[in-house]
Design a protein around this ligand. Structure first.
Ligand SMILES: Nc1ncnc2c1ncn2[C@@H]1O[C@H](COP(=O)(O)OP(=O)(O)O)[C@@H](O)[C@H]1O
Ligand SMILES: [Mg+2]
Length: 257
């Protein structure tokens, strides 16, 4: 096996849903550095969630390899945090109990576990809501709980599938900033799917564009790798700069190709 500095690599991935069969992903290769924030965009139905599920180890590639830390990826071993568009919180559990769940599943429930859970609740800005139930939270707050739950077991990789897709525009902007703050506070590599070009430019070190055959869109591959050289910390006001808008235009053009 070749060793390099990449944290997450995918090499010549293909994926076919056998009931069809539907060849969704073709020859996907990518390399993500440790600690990077990578965002993938592309038309609806192109295969973004399928790629994320492959990286999460929830699906097995039809052909090709995924390595994490130079080892073959395996869902059983690798600490990965996952957040989807729907928060998937357990309605009968409080905020604290939802965030604690991954640690409970690891058999942890001591004092340090409680401290860790409390730290995560504070990190995502939910201090004071520890005893609230999901039905008592706004959509943005529920996604904060989902983020805390995804990060509480200190995963090295955080996979986010349109995590703010169901939120209103203002909450979504706020959550993007919060996500950047959390990412900077933790040693975690982020791979995120979004359909918002502005969100992609604002958050990412690199934007990957996924596209398919111009005819039926299938199978899809990564057509563009676009590094974003905006300085950090990123501020919302950067959106009005010419540099930001050039990136956005470049990505929009890449998606439409
Ligand atoms: N479990 C499945 N079985 C069969 N086809 C699926 C399954 N999940 C997704 N697909 C199909 O694979 C394609 C890619 O889906 P998906 O990865 O969800 O796209 P995206 O996240 O980019 O919108 C779509 O055509 C979708 O209908
Ligand atoms: Mg999807």
């Amino acid at each position: 096996m070749t060793h390099n500095n990449s944290f997450l690599t995918a090499v010549h991935l293909n994926y076919t849903f056998e009931d069809g069969p539907l060849h969704v992903l073709a020859d996907i290769s990518l390399r993500i550095e440790r600690g990077a924030f990578v965002v993938i965009v592309g038309p609806s139905g192109v295969g973004k969630s399928t790629l994320l599920r492959l990286l999460a180890g929830l699906l097995r590639p039809s052909t090709g390899q995924i390595t994490l830390d130079n080892q073959p990826a395996s869902a059983a071993r690798d600490p990965i945090g996952l957040v989807f568009q729907r928060d998937n919180l357990m309605p009968w559990r409080t905020v604290t109990e939802n965030v604690r769940l991954p640690l409970e599943l690891q058999g942890k429930n001591g004092r340090t576990t409680q401290q860790r859970v409390q730290e995560m609740i504070e990190l995502v800005g939910l201090a004071g809501f520890e005893g609230s139930y999901p039905a008592q939270l706004s959509g943005g707050m529920a996604q904060r709980v989902a983020l805390a739950r995804a990060l509480v077991h200190e995963p090295e990789l955080l996979l986010l599938d349109e995590p703010f897709g169901a939120l209103d525009a203002l909450t979504r902007e706020r959550m993007g900033q919060e996500l950047l703050r959390i990412w900077q506070a933790m040693p975690v590599t982020v791979f995120m799917v979004t359909h918002s070009i502005a969100e992609a430019v604002l958050l990412a070190d690199e934007v990957l564009v996924m596209g398919g055959d111009p005819g039926n869109g299938r199978p899809a591959t990564i057509t563009h790798h676009i590094p974003i050289h905006l300085s950090r910390p990123r501020q919302f006001a950067m959106q009005s700069t010419a540099e930001f808008q050039e990136y956005a235009a470049q990505i929009r053009a890449a998606i439409q190709q």
